[in-house]
Structure formats: structure tokens, C-alpha cells
Design a protein around this ligand. Structure first.
Ligand code: PMP
Length: 417
């Protein structure tokens, strides 16, 4: 993308390697409007924190009603009606219909907080230290979550050794040549291998930051079977792939296994408000009171919007099987056509965590920049930013999705033509 123009004010730390050179003043649904009046379709959705678009009217109404009612806004771990309603609704709408029996922990405001809690819990429960994670994984920017992140660029600034974790090959690492986890079983069973039995394995079912790599469902099931057999806890990091992104509420639903621990954040509040959950099997609840906490774990406005999203979108399967399934078909249909038009291009991802991989690592960035010039916000991901990463709102209307895909198709044709 064009790296020459930055609109950040001088005092802001440069955090992203590139930026959209404009100032956004309005955001509604899947559209953001800039100060100069230009409208942009948003296929970025706050890096997956805005699955229901910007300022969804129903959520906005619930939020305004709540914050003008003098009910508690900040409550740490005290019980409030907003928190009670969320817990009840999450149980009734999400857990019970899926046959899931999880305890719900509020570990702090963000994705990295839920990962930290999951890693610490797994170590405490098993009494083991070592955690396995995967090549190209992304789990967060605090030191525990960074230690299981598989991106060396993100890790190199840490300056201190990140210990007690090792990376193992993700599903795509050998281009489908390894069929199972036999090699891992061998080293775990071999007392002379020097491989410590891990407390846990942490996995993303689709690696969003790592290049929109989707693991095969059968590979995930094998991983779960291996963990069960060796009493290793399986943590699914659903921070980005969860809350409907892949087409089901949890990204592991179709793979037919139940993780021991699940990390949820980004779109759980549905409104872009910070909120995170760590879900775990009840028998893993070994926390002493106060053993793991954080000041901002009682964000009541976020509980209110979260409850509203669950009631509106997940109380039955009409959204999942209707609008969401249709949106996925629209995006993937267009992506397949675009990929077919470029030598070496391929479609990646699952559901609306979708990607276009190009053989030439320069292409995705140029396509993103060209798309921006034509009114579309779309990101790149992967170790070399070689993948165009599409994350439109799950609620984006069909005509907007088609228009966005048209902008991408034209940009790809221009850049590769
Ligand atoms: N896990 C995954 C899979 C993520 O994609 C992210 C954020 N991109 C995180 C954890 C960290 O979340 P946060 O930035 O909210 O700390």
C-alpha cells in the first residue's frame, strides 16, 4: 500500500506498517465516510471486531438506553443485571443448543487477555509448563501470547527470551503432504526425544493474521484426538475466527470436536467495545479467588450489546442459514472467479474470513491500495503481506458485497494486467 502518506497526527506512535490516508468521521453498517465526504465500503471491520457492522441500530439503541439509565458502567467482577443477562443469554443461546458445558471467565478487555488466561490456566491445571503452538500463528502482543505467536517479526522486538513454547507445523506447512500427527505422537511417546509433554496446544482454526490459512476440519479433529489421548489441553483461539466469522458461531463447530478451552473476544460485544471471554470445561476451574483478574473485566455496556447480538442473530439459525450463508456464497463465488483469472492465485480461508493469495508477494498490497482509491477498505495479511484479507461485516447487504468484490476484481485486473 502507499506508505508515503500518513494522516496520523505527529504524537501518535506509528503502529501499523501502512495506513489509509484519510480521516474517518462517520461509520454505519459496512460503510465508513471520510472527512471529505468520500464513502468507503469496509471489508476490514475493525480487524474482525465489527461482525455486525458499525453502529448497528439495534445495538446502538440498547447501548444508549443503558448508558442513560444510570446503571453501572464499570463493575469489575461484581454481579450486575447486564452481566447476569449476558451470562444467561450466552448459556441459553450459544452453549446449551450446541451441547457445550463451559464455565465463562471474563479475563480482561481484549483478545490477548483471554489467551493469557488460557495459557496460565492450562499450566496450572496440568502442572506442566510447555505450550505448543503453530507456525504463522497469531495470539496477541503481551508476553505470554507473544510467546505462542509464530510470526518472527512480531516477536523480535520483545528483547527478552520468550520461553516454554515451541512452534510446530500448521496444516498447510507441508502443502498437504503430512496426513496426520504421527510424528508428534512419536516424539511425545519417546522419553529420549527431549520434547516435554506440553500443558496445552493452542490453535486457530483459521489463521487470520498469519495469511488467512484455514486448517482442514479433519486435521483439527485429529489434533483434538491427539490431545485427548495424551491428556494435553486443546485451546482454540477463536478471537478472530469466532462470533460467526467462519459461518458458525464458533469456528470449530463443523469439525466435530470440543476444545478444552476457548478464547473469544473481538466481535463478542458486537459494537467494537472491548470484551473477552475465556471458556473452559468446568473441571478445569482451579482458580483461587482473585488468582487471575484485571480491572476492566466488567464492561457493562459491552455486556448489553453482546446480549443484544446473541438475541438478534443467534437465538435461532435463521441468520446463520440465511443472510450469513448467502454473504459467504457471494464473496467466495466472486473470489473463485478472480483467482481463476490470475496465474498462481488461490482462494483462502473459511466463511467471511476469506483471502486471496498471489504468487507475487507484491500484488496484494497493490490491490489493497488500488481498492482504497476506488472506495474499499481491505487489508493484507501473512508474513510478507502477500494475502489480500477480506472481512466484510456478516450483515453487509448483498449489493454492497457485490460492489466490493467488483472493486477488488477491477483492482486485481489492473495490478496484474
Ligand atoms: N488471537 C487472535 C487469533 C487474533 O487475531 C488477535 C488479534 N488480531 C488476538 C488474539 C489478540 O487480540 P487483541 O488485539 O484484542 O489483544
Amino acid at each position: 500500500m502507499d506508505t508515503t502518506v500518513f494522516t496520523t497526527i505527529e504524537s501518535e506512535v506509528r503502529s501499523y506498517s501502512r495506513s489509509w490516508p484519510t480521516v474517518f468521521t462517520q461509520a454505519k453498517g459496512a460503510v465508513q465516510t471520510a472527512e471529505d465526504g468520500t464513502e468507503y465500503l469496509d471489508f476490514f471491520s475493525g480487524a474482525g471486531a465489527l461482525n455486525y457492522g458499525h453502529n448497528h441500530p439495534l445495538l446502538q439503541k440498547a447501548l444508549v438506553e443503558y448508558i442513560t439509565s444510570d446503571a453501572p458502567v464499570h463493575s469489575l467482577d461484581m454481579m450486575t443485571p447486564a452481566k447476569r443477562d449476558f451470562l444467561q443469554t450466552f448459556s441459553d443461546v450459544i452453549l446449551k443448543p450446541r451441547g457445550l458445558d463451559y464455565k465463562v471467565m471474563f479475563p480482561g478487555p481484549t483478545g490477548t487477555n483471554t489467551v493469557e488466561a488460557a495459557l496460565k490456566l492450562a499450566r496450572k491445571v496440568t502442572g506442566r509448563q510447555h505450550i505448543l503452538s503453530f507456525t504463522n500463528a497469531f495470539h496477541g502482543m503481551t508476553l505470554g501470547s507473544l510467546s505462542v505467536t509464530g510470526n518472527s517479526m512480531k516477536r523480535k522486538g520483545a528483547g527478552i527470551p520468550l520461553t516454554n513454547s515451541s512452534k510446530i507445523p500448521y496444516d498447510d506447512y507441508f502443502n498437504g503432504e503430512t496426513e496426520d500427527f504421527m510424528w508428534l505422537e512419536r516424539v511425545l511417546e519417546d522419553s529420549g526425544s527431549g520434547v516435554d509433554k506440553p500443558a496445552a496446544i493452542i490453535v486457530e482454526t483459521v489463521q487470520g493474521e498469519g495469511g488467512v490459512r484455514a486448517a482442514r476440519l479433519e486435521w483439527l479433529k485429529q489434533l483434538s484426538d491427539l490431545c485427548g489421548k495424551h491428556e494435553i489441553l486443546l485451546i482454540v483461539d477463536d478471537v478472530q475466527a469466532g462470533c460467526g466469522r467462519t459461518g458458525t458461531f464458533f469456528s470449530f463447530e463443523e469439525a466435530g470436536f470440543t476444545p478444552d478451552i476457548v478464547c473469544v473476544s473481538k466481535s463478542i460485544s458486537g459494537y467494537g467495545l472491548p470484551m473477552a471471554l475465556t471458556l473452559f470445561r468446568p473441571e478445569l476451574d482451579v482458580w483461587e479467588p482473585g488468582e487471575h483478574n484485571g480491572t476492566f473485566r466488567g464492561n457493562n455496556p459491552a455486556f448489553v450489546t453482546a446480549t443484544a447480538t446473541l438475541k438478534e442473530f443467534w437465538a435461532d439459525d435463521s441468520f446463520q442459514k440465511g443472510q450469513l450463508a448467502e454473504a459467504i456464497a457471494t464473496v467466495h463465488g466472486a473470489l473463485e472467479q478472480i483467482a481463476a483469472s490470475v496465474d498462481g492465485a488461490s482462494v483462502r480461508g473459511r466463511g467471511l474470513l476469506a483471502g486471496l493469495h498471489f504468487a507475487d508477494t507484491e500484488v496484494a498490497g497493490k490491490v489493497a491500495a488500488e481498492s482504497f482509491r476506488n472506495g474499499l477498505l481491505v487489508e493484507t495479511s501473512g508474513p510478507d503481506d502477500e494475502v489480500l484479507k477480506l472481512m466484510p461485516a456478516l450483515t453487509a447487504p448483498k449489493d454492497q458485497l457485490e460492489r466490493g468484490m467488483g472493486i477488488i476484481a477491477a483492482a486485481v485486473a489492473k495490478v496484474t494486467g
